[in-house]
Each structure stands twice: as C-alpha cells, then as structure tokens.
Write a protein that binds this ligand. Structure first.
Ligand SMILES: [Zn+2]
Length: 276
C-alpha cells in the first residue's frame, strides 16, 4: 500500500511543479502574443521540433481561440490600440519566414478569421541561422527548411490578414553587434521589405530574442513602433514597453494542457519562471 501512495504523491508533486496549475490566470485584459515558427509535422530525431507545430495542432489552437471569444489583432494593432483593447485580445506571430506559413498556416488563419504578424528575414534562403548563436551546433537543420519566396510572401500579404514585420537582414545576433551594424540591420531590412512588398513595416522581432538595452533607441530611430522578444510572459498594455514585448512560446513539444496553461499564465510552469 505504502509504495503505491508514495508513487501517487510523487506523481502529483511532479505534475504540479511541471504545470503550476494552481496559479490564477493573468488578467484577460492583458493581451496574449503567441510566438510560432513552423506549422509542419515534427521530424523524427530532429533537434528543433519545438519550432514545429503540427498543422492539426495549430488548427485545434485556432479553433479554441475562436470558440472562447478571443479577438485577433496584428502586433501593430495591439500596440496602437493598447488603451482600448477588448478582453481576450491576442496576436499570432511567425518568426523567420518558413514556406509552411503560407502552405499550412494561412488557409487555417483564413478559416478561423485570424490575423498574424510575419517577421521575415530579408536574406533568409541559404543561411543556417541556428548556428549563429552556438557555433558548435552546425547541423544545418533550419537551413534545409523551405523558406518563403518573395512571391509566396506577396501571396500571404494579398490575403489581407497578414502584417509584415522585420526580423533583420541576416538573422544577426544583436548582442554581438556594434551600434552601426545594428542600425544598418534595422534600417536596411525595413527599407528592403517596404520597397519589395509595398507595405509599411513598423514591427521588429529580435533574432534569437537577443539585444542590448542601449539598442532600443536604435530600433525606435529606425522607424519601428513595436518589437517582440522571446521572453515569455503576458504584460499589462498600460505599462509595457512596446519595444520589448514578451510573448507566449507555442512549442511543438507541448501537449494540450501546457498550451491552455500558457494561455492562462504566459509560462508553462515553475521551471520557465526560473523558480525551478
Ligand atoms: Zn528567428
């Protein structure tokens, strides 16, 4: 009897620490900004499966948002309307510019009438940006993934539900860039995207979520009114810094409960909160 009880108690403690289910939801007046990369089936043995959300899972998430009364905005709309957002506002974001964003995600976004902000790397083909952070992980896995061609980006923009944002020229690691180089990445990518696609680009996503505090001024000078990080969380739009927005990481490795808890609390559990 005792071993069984011990097992049950251990299981409950593990479950609680993993999911932190007892935490109350963060106010639904605070918008949720969801971070996605690829919408595609995970590949067996691949290192970056966290970045791959299966299309059927993505659809289930959009269906849940629609059924539970969430209002969809682009990131620029969220920031512009910060003081008068309805309860349950959300923004879907895609980083990098994978071809599946058009082939898999766009039809579902249309089906559920959702908007999204696409953070595009200008020089996105033939680059292995997974290696820029840790040089020893030279596997080329993300390099082999199909990226959106310019024509495919146009197709996405023509849908009317996509905002185009910049994710820099080269997916550079900003924590290692001098002011001049950082400024160039910011200004050149905005201009290149605006010239190529004929839309206004006002939102930026820091590659790898990395930047230095003094670079915020450069982001603003370059003409951006918002910028998203990879820090996990849900913020009060009355006091957030629009140039350092936190997001909810939607991972292909998460189960359904983890998704629901992230939508409630921004992070999955104590581990993500740095307490464990
Ligand atoms: Zn990226």
């Amino acid at each position: 009897m005792m071993p069984v009880l011990l097992l049950v108690v251990t299981g409950l403690v593990w479950f609680s620490l993993r999911y932190a289910w007892w935490r109350p939801p963060v106010s639904y007046r605070y918008p949720r900004i969801l971070m996605y990369h690829m919408v595609t089936a995970p590949r067996s043995g691949a290192r970056f499966n966290g970045l791959r959300v299966a299309p059927r899972v993505f659809e289930k998430q959009l269906q849940w948002l629609a059924q539970h009364g969430w209002h969809s905005f682009t990131v620029s709309e969220l920031v512009a309307q910060a003081g008068r957002l309805p309860e349950k506002s959300c923004a879907i974001t895609f980083d990098d510019g994978y071809a599946d964003n058009l082939l898999q995600a766009l039809p579902l976004l249309k089906k559920y009438r959702c908007k999204a902000t696409l953070y595009l790397v200008v020089e996105r083909s033939g680059r292995d940006w997974s290696t820029q952070r840790k040089a020893h992980h030279n596997e080329g896995e993300l390099k082999q993934e199909d990226k959106l061609s310019d024509a495919q980006v146009e197709e996405m923009l023509a849908s009317g539900c996509i905002e185009l944002g910049s994710h820099s020229m080269t997916h550079a690691n900003f924590s290692r860039l001098e002011a001049t180089a950082a400024g160039r990445e910011l200004v050149d990518s905005r201009k290149a995207l605006e010239d190529r696609f004929g839309v206004s680009v006002r939102s930026f996503a820091y590659p790898f979520g990395l930047y230095r505090p003094e670079q915020l001024a450069l982001v603003e000078e370059a003409g951006y009114t918002s910028a998203v990080t990879t820090r996990e969380g849900i913020e009060n739009p009355g006091s957030w810094n629009p140039l350092e927005l936190q997001r909810i990481k939607i991972s292909g490795k998460d189960n359904w409960l983890a998704f629901l808890l992230r939508m409630r609390g921004g992070r999955r559990g104590l581990r993500q909160a740095g307490l464990w």
